[in-house]
Design a protein around this ligand. Structure first.
Ligand code: HEM
Length: 393
């Protein structure tokens, strides 16, 4: 019989949400997998252990019959493995090809960024969360999906309600009702847009799914659209804000990027390593096994803490520092293995090549507003919730 997984009781959700990194350090020092009471999960924080997990998806599965995600959104590719996963991944793939992103979507993202910047440039001050990053990510996702007549605030609200529903472990009925309302609203906008995409093939995700021979029925389309709404909006938003936060709090690095715009891709990779927008995702153990120094049982639920692995000192020197000049090296912000983020190219273009460079070019003298505080929160999802700035209008 395997021994019990090591156990840590004094890590609260409040501590994790406020600043997870000291908690991650303690867990990483302790063992390969550590049971954390408050999270009700065995958290995995070491880089090499996560690579091992992602290389062995038959032992560490994404399929999970207890998943709240399936209840709230339907059964999407994120909670499937092997052939069923590949069939759905293949169905969305045409919209995410680097060439399609660059030629079709990049000009659309650029127009969105410019319009938002036109709207605020004369103001000289803003909280970039609401004024830029949230509408940028939301408008871009509406275009990627191919939805008609949807406002950016609607999509942002549905995304939040769906994600709150997925995290509703306490079965709060208000959260469950809001998630159900959001899910119904998304179904209605899919129903409205689908006939157009069926009639004429185009690069959007709805069109790719509507014409995919590997998808069978509306339920598969609905579940995967919801998972993309849940996972494709907050992450680019948070990556925009974290990139700007990192640069504005390191003026020497900001000056280096202004002098050499080819550094923008390093800014993006370093931002998502430093504060990974998805800090944790789940896996289920399918058979008795050992991960590093820790024995595990069939059915154990793991929390894969890529936010911790991306600050693993055995992998990254000075891991807590934001440093765009660090040597290029693999990070885990987009996961690894068969579920590696489908939207990586979209995020690199939207955030690293378009939103952040255009904003820095347009808002001269951009600086943090020293009279206000930057707030950064979360551990499952993490990013600035407020980024107050000033510039020379
Ligand atoms: C900086 C931005 C982003 C980050 C950091 C990010 C991160 C991740 C991570 C860590 C996973 C793996 C989850 C797992 O293995 O369980 C993932 C999966 C996924 N992401 Fe992203 N993501 C980003 C942007 C996007 C965007 C913009 C889209 C779509 C518009 C997207 C669509 C997806 C999809 C569909 C999956 C599931 C892939 C699969 O299960 O095969 N992501 N993402």
């Amino acid at each position: 019989m395997p021994k019990d997984v090591p156990h840590v009781s004094e890590i609260s959700i409040a501590k994790l949400t406020d600043n997870p990194y000291p908690c991650f350090d303690r867990i990483r020092d302790r063992a390969s997998a550590v049971w954390v009471d408050s999270a009700r999960l065995n958290l995995v924080t070491r880089f090499d252990d996560i690579m091992e997990i992602e290389r062995n998806h038959h032992i560490f599965a994404s399929t999970n019959p207890q998943s709240l995600m399936n209840t709230v959104m339907g059964h999407s590719l994120m909670r499937k493995d092997d052939a069923p996963h590949q069939a759905e991944r293949k169905a969305i793939e045409p919209s995410f090809r680097p060439g399609v992103v660059k030629q079709h979507f990049a000009p659309i993202f650029s127009a969105i960024a410019d319009e938002l910047l036109d709207g605020i440039a004369a103001n000289g001050q803003a909280d970039l969360f609401d004024a830029f990053a949230a509408p940028m990510a939301s408008h871009a996702l509406i275009e990627l999906l191919g939805l008609d007549g949807v406002g950016w605030q609607d999509l942002a609200r549905w995304s939040q309600a769906l994600m709150d529903g997925v995290g509703n472990y306490g079965a709060d009925p208000d959260i469950a009702n809001r998630a159900k309302d959001a899910s119904d609203a998304v179904d209605r906008v899919i129903d409205k847009a689908l006939p157009r995409h069926l009639k004429s093939k185009n690069p959007t995700i709805l069109s790719s799914m509507a014409h995919a021979p590997t998808l069978h029925g509306i339920d598969q389309i609905r579940a995967n659209v919801k998972v993309i709404i849940g996972g494709g909006l907050n992450e680019p938003r948070d990556a925009i804000l974290t990139s700007l936060h990192g640069l504005l709090s390191h003026p020497d690095q900001l000056a280096a990027v202004r002098a050499d715009p080819s550094l923008h891709s390093a800014v993006f990779e370093e931002a998502v390593r430093w504060v990974s927008p998805i800090g944790m995702y789940p896996r289920r153990v399918t058979c008795e096994t050992t991960l590093g120094d820790t024995p595990l049982k069939e059915g154990d639920q793991l929390g894969i803490c890529v936010g911790a692995a991306n600050r693993d000192p055995s992998r990254f020197t000075r891991p807590n520092d934001f440093d765009i000049h660090r040597p290029r090296q693999q990070h885990l912000a987009f996961g690894a293995g068969p579920h590696f983020c489908a939207g990586t190219w979209v995020a690199r273009q939207m955030v690293g090549e378009i939103a952040v460079p255009r904003l820095l070019r347009r808002l001269k003298g951009l600086r943090l507003d020293s009279q206000k505080t930057v707030q950064v929160r979360g551990w499952v999802f993490r990013g600035p919730t407020s980024l107050p700035v000033l510039w020379d209008a």
